[in-house]
Design a protein around this ligand. Structure first.
Ligand SMILES: Cc1ncc(C[n+]2csc(CCOP(=O)(O)OP(=O)(O)O)c2C)c(N)n1
Ligand SMILES: [Mg+2]
Length: 311
């Protein structure tokens, strides 16, 4: 039976809030140095991940970026294994060897993320080609930032996907920034309309805090991909609340304004919907504390494991 609209909202709200609270726990823990890797937080961007992943099953494959905590959680990865991974423990989703930037869990179709900008886009295209050739009933999703579209490999990848008529979804999380450099200072083109040059139909969503809208538009785009077997691109405007890397804020660094942040936050349901926050927060806090306890108690990897899992 299809979900009623309010159940839908609740599910999306809960996942989005779980991501936010998990990352706020990272901020709280970070000064202790227990978290062993640099962290690129998705605070402010949660709705993009929750809206997209609500339309995917575990067998659909998602390729992300170094800013992928939100996708790992929304795709159904275990919180315990994620926290252990951030602690560098052997029980982590990648045995403590990947850390925040290279999170992956193939069992839920979270195929990996990378510190190298745009580098997972061609991996997603290759997976889509293999999947189509093997007649697998799955969707492949490539998620990347606006900065990744500065890279040649992005253009080569979307051109090839269109040429080969690969049924896949490209998702650009446009937070308007590549580190400290704003999109308008870097690009002479508009990301979503530019994809049309390669024969890729696209859609632009300006309110990237609206997880219900993102879910609905993603679902409709996936239906179109499945009906005509061609790739599509979604560009979703969003807002990064923290500094590029690390747990702090950087509104005093002079490259962006806190008034834009306040404006975005005023529309953010994870700030404004106090009733839903109150409903879900007790369960979420328990889940996160359980993940922290698991990570704390887990053993370190053994020295002899250092060179295993290397291809
Ligand atoms: C190939 C490559 N070039 C440059 C960098 C340095 N770098 C790290 S993050 C980043 C910005 C990427 O911005 P975007 O894709 O919009 O992602 P966001 O951080 O905004 O989520 C750059 C240029 C890198 N890691 N890899
Ligand atoms: Mg960006």
């Amino acid at each position: 039976m299809p979900d009623s609209p309010s159940i839908h909202y609740d599910k999306l709200f809960r996942v989005s809030l779980l991501i936010r609270k998990f990352e706020e726990k990272i901020i709280e823990l970070y000064p202790s140095d227990k978290i062993q890797s640099p962290v690129h937080l998705s605070l402010g961007q949660e709705a993009v991940a929750s809206g997209i992943c609500a339309c995917l099953t575990k067998k659909d494959l998602l390729f992300g970026t170094y800013r992928s905590h939100a996708y790992y959680i929304a795709k159904g990865g275990k919180l315990t294994e994620m926290m252990a991974e951030l602690y560098g423990k052997s029980t982590g989703s990648n045995k403590g060897k990947a850390g925040s930037m290279h999170l992956a869990d193939a069992t839920v179709g979270m195929m990996g993320s990378s510190a190298v900008v745009a580098s997972t886009i061609p991996h997603a295209v290759g997976a889509a080609l293999a999947s189509r050739n093997l007649n697998k009933d799955q969707l492949i999703v490539a998620v990347f930032g606006d900065g990744a579209t500065d890279e040649g490999v992005y253009h080569e990848s979307i051109n090839f996907a269109s040429l080969m008529k690969l049924p896949m979804l490209f998702v650009c999380e446009n937070n308007g920034l590549a580190v400290h450099s704003s999109q308008k200072d870097r690009q002479s083109f508009n990301i979503s309309t530019h994809a049309n040059v390669y024969g890729i139909e696209s859609e632009y969503i300006s309110d990237g805090y609206n997880f219900c809208k993102i879910q609905k538009r993603t679902s409709e785009n996936i239906n179109l991909i499945k009906s005509n077997g061609r790739p599509r691109l979604l560009e979703i405007e969003t807002f990064r609340y923290c500094e590029h890397v690390g747990p702090g804020e950087d509104f005093n660094d002079g490259y962006r304004s806190s008034s834009d942040f306040e404006n975005w936050k005023s529309k953010d349901p994870l700030v404004n919907d106090k009733e839903s926050i109150a409903k879900f927060i007790p369960g979420i806090r328990e889940e996160i504390q359980n993940a922290v306890n698991f990570a704390e108690k887990s053993p370190w990897p053994k020295t002899e494991e250092l060179l295993t899992d290397i291809i």
